[in-house]
Design a binder for this molecule. Structure first.
Ligand SMILES: NC(=O)c1ccc[n+]([C@@H]2O[C@H](COP(=O)([O-])OP(=O)(O)OC[C@H]3O[C@@H](n4cnc5c(N)ncnc54)[C@H](OP(=O)(O)O)[C@@H]3O)[C@@H](O)[C@H]2O)c1
Length: 287
């Protein structure tokens, strides 16, 4: 099977490395070409998205935003017109369901199969092939690539038709964003009352009221080192996309809107490229 990969950011570079670890030689495009060299000789660097997919049976994209996915697919030297008929495009970028559906339509016009397969899990799960894929599309297509996805993740959850994988991812990130804010506020109030930070982490994490995922952020909050695993700007983007989805579906999500604007304010304070847990730093900051 010929595999192509486009998008070597925090997540994509680790997913591509796991594909290679499993004996695959892959064709790769990334805007910043130097990142391809880090994958070694089994990653063949290509100059454009189109060149990267000429031979591909399966293409995986892991790009930042819907606009970047669209440009890379359909812009100048985009990959979609260059793909073989019957080939399969798996988009693992976090995008909104209606965008995924529109990409599925564009793919179909060109006889290319499409699966939206965003992931739950951050930098470390990506490194350790422990991601969870939410896959939307034709069930047979998803079954066909499940063994491949399992070289990068521990689970593939079939979510339904195209757009449903993206839909599941919207739900996951809403919960993630709100949990991070709630935990940050609890720790900030606890510190203000005078509790020791370590005591707070240990006690709050032992209680069922705290989202278990927060345990993965206590070291960052402790050291106030917010080097990125999940960049804050992408969390704000995901909440914006969830909000857009709520509008399209007629859902009202006031809590989501508040969380979205908290991340937007943190971004405006220069925290865009820090980890999303820097929202703790933002909320704690005294003028
Ligand atoms: N990090 C996480 O924990 C995490 C977890 C789950 C899902 N996600 C989602 O996965 C996707 C990738 O996240 P990431 O953390 O890997 O992001 P990242 O490190 O910022 O990487 C973004 C990728 O998109 C490319 N890109 C950005 N702007 C571009 C442009 N204008 N033209 C062409 N390429 C462009 C980057 O190319 P360069 O290398 O040239 O910059 C890079 O390959 C996002 O949709 C994110 O929401 C992230």
């Amino acid at each position: 099977m010929n595999i192509s990969f486009i998008g070597l950011g925090i997540m994509g570079s680790r997913m591509a490395a796991n594909l290679i670890k499993h004996g695959n030689k892959i064709s790769v495009y990334n805007r910043t070409k130097s990142k391809i060299d880090e994958l070694g000789e089994n990653a063949v660097a290509k100059d454009t998205p189109a060149e990267a997919v000429n031979e591909a049976d399966v293409l995986i994209t892991m790009l930042s935003t819907p606009a970047v996915v669209k440009k890379t697919a359909l812009g100048e030297s985009g990959f979609l017109n260059a793909m073989k008929k019957g080939a399969l495009w798996i988009d693992s970028s976090t995008v909104n369901p209606s965008f995924s559906k529109s990409m599925a339509e564009e793919a179909k016009k060109r006889n290319v199969r499409f699966i939206d397969a965003p992931v739950a899990g951050s930098k470390i799960p990506a490194e350790n092939a422990q991601l969870v894929f939410f896959a939307g599309g034709d069930k047979k297509d998803v079954e066909e690539v499940t063994p491949l996805l399992k070289t990068m993740g521990k689970m593939v959850i079939y979510s339904g038709e195209n757009g449903s994988g993206a839909g599941m991812k919207m739900l996951v990130n809403m919960l993630l964003a709100n949990s991070m804010i709630a935990f940050s506020e609890a720790v900030i109030l606890g510190e203000s009352i005078g509790f020791d930070k370590q005591f707070l982490f240990k006690t709050l994490m032992a209680l069922p009221v705290t989202a278990p995922f927060c345990a993965s952020k206590t070291a960052k909050m402790d050291k106030e080192d917010f080097s990125p695993e999940f960049p804050l700007q992408w969390m704000q983007k995901d909440l914006e996309l969830a909000s857009e989805t709520a509008y399209e579906c007629g859902a009202a999500l006031p809590q989501l809107s508040t969380a979205k604007e908290i991340y937007a304010l943190a971004k405006r304070q220069g925290m865009a490229e820090l980890d999303m847990s820097a929202v703790y730093k933002f909320l704690k900051k005294k003028e």
